[in-house]
Design a protein around this ligand. Sequence first.
Ligand code: F6R
Length: 606
Amino acid sequence: MCGIIGITSNKPVITNIISSLKKLEYRGYDSAGIATLAKNFIDEVKCEGRVTKLEKICSKKSIEGIIGIGHVRWATHGVPNEVNAHPHSSENVSVVHNGIIENSTLLKKYLEKRGYIFKSQTDTEVITHLLSEFLKKNKLVAAIQKTLAKLHGSYALGILIKNHPDIIIGARRGSPLAVGYGHNENYLGSDSYALKAMTNRVSYLEDGDICIVKKDQVDFYNSNGKKINKKILELSDKNEEYQKGDFQTFMQKEIFEQPQTVKACINEYVDTLRDEINIYNLPWNLKEVKSICLIGCGTAYHACMMAKNWIENLTDIDVVTEIASEFRYKKNNFKKDNLYIFVSQSGETADTFAALELCKKNKMKTLGVVNVVESSIARSSNFVLPIHCGSEIGVASTKAFLGQMLVLYIFALQIGFLQKKLKKNDYKSKIKLLKKLPELIKKTMSVEADVQIIAKTFADSKGSMFLGRGLSYPIAMEGALKLKELCYVHAEGYPAGEMKHGPLALIEDGMPVVILAPRDKHYDKTLSNMQEVIARGAKVLLISNKGKEEISSDNLWKKILVENCSDELLPFLITLPLQMLALHAAKYKGYDIDKPRNLAKSVTVE
Ligand code: F6R
């Protein structure tokens, strides 16, 4: 999604804006631009494509501004091209924007009647002209407030104004925005990741806030125009380096990091000497929770599906899962004993955040399971359980998925134990088994060589299916999602038992089908489903775990065996070959693995 950076300094800002834009590239984008203000002139440079192209264009010009804004755009209104790239500048005002202005068509008509000429097809350009209009007769803060009051929809904004050459204005409603504090310079950024290279001291804007950023001072106003103070937070890992190391892509690195990230997360939540879980200080009594609703999007939603199974198996609690974009607009029966859990790697997904705000408005108990601890969802939830897996840069979520599942599994054990549905001995023995998980993940990584060969068939196919039952069903969904997003081939995740009710008609000679059949209670039934697809000509890749009995079947195409572990933990292991399958299939096709087409890392518009 789009990314914003703003810098006001006592030295030229172009180099730092470009390198901050490079940091924002991971979000997924299709064009980029900057505007600086110098000698009473707004200098704008924009292009379609990558930040390196923008950098090349800028290097041929002399850009002296000591104040500037930059943007990477993920197109919503208007095709990705130079004209539609941000900033959108008039003679007096320059604007970068994340979000969507829903009433832009009406506002455009109103402004055109007043003589404003639009260059782009974007919704953002209305902000440039509206602000120019209000600045004619109003002081700065009043003009901004009047402009914002006209906008419907969501925004994070960075604004330069010719007549105020020492300030950058920021404003937020629905899209995240942060201010960073430096030495003789200050910053504006759509996420703290872009600011981390320059500072570890940040403040976050809340919805309705405006900020006026000077190089040596930052003023904040709330939605009523009242001046407010903001807490300055210290980010934990200013110098954390985001390098690929020996890997060709971040995604591959992130897959192979999973033994360490899972271990780090276990160490955060498990007292490994006493075999107990350390989740303290929750603002409500877990013994009293009667029902749970898990909410997320995409991969995070699949982690919710996993959690539903575990919590139902380990407690008597009623559990439902909700896709955030559906939940936020449907009728919900909010009940006071219900706990709402929001699962999100970025913590900024617009639909998940809106679902959280809706629950808060209805005074519900809210728990965030996030990776980015400074994110909007983390800050807004009553309580947060971070997944501790470090920055995830590849657009396709891998280590965060395992992290989400892990935290939710640990939470399920804890609630089962507290509600006395899980006996102390069982609780402790499950924790003992959990401690072995990082090593089992590490050993399972050796399947990569086989998966690499198998992946070519999936890359060349026109479609494939991923089937599983019970705990393997959400993993089948996740495996299919990974292949779709990275390899751009149709892939369908399905409960194996549902095949006969329609999808079996899709199976034809040579179609690759992944059967997830770990040796759990569904094993025999899933193998029967496997026979049904083999009988119809499917090329079956069976994914199971090592065991005493050899798995053999006539006409089985390929077999991958992960390490052996308890049934509850098998989903972690069978996920690994599926992540590798998508990665290598995309590699065969020569696609951009870390930035698949049309997708963004942080989905900050609905
Ligand atoms: C798929 C993927 C997406 C995200 C989804 C939610 O690989 O990454 O499906 O899981 O956009 O994102 P977060 O977890 O940031 O809320």
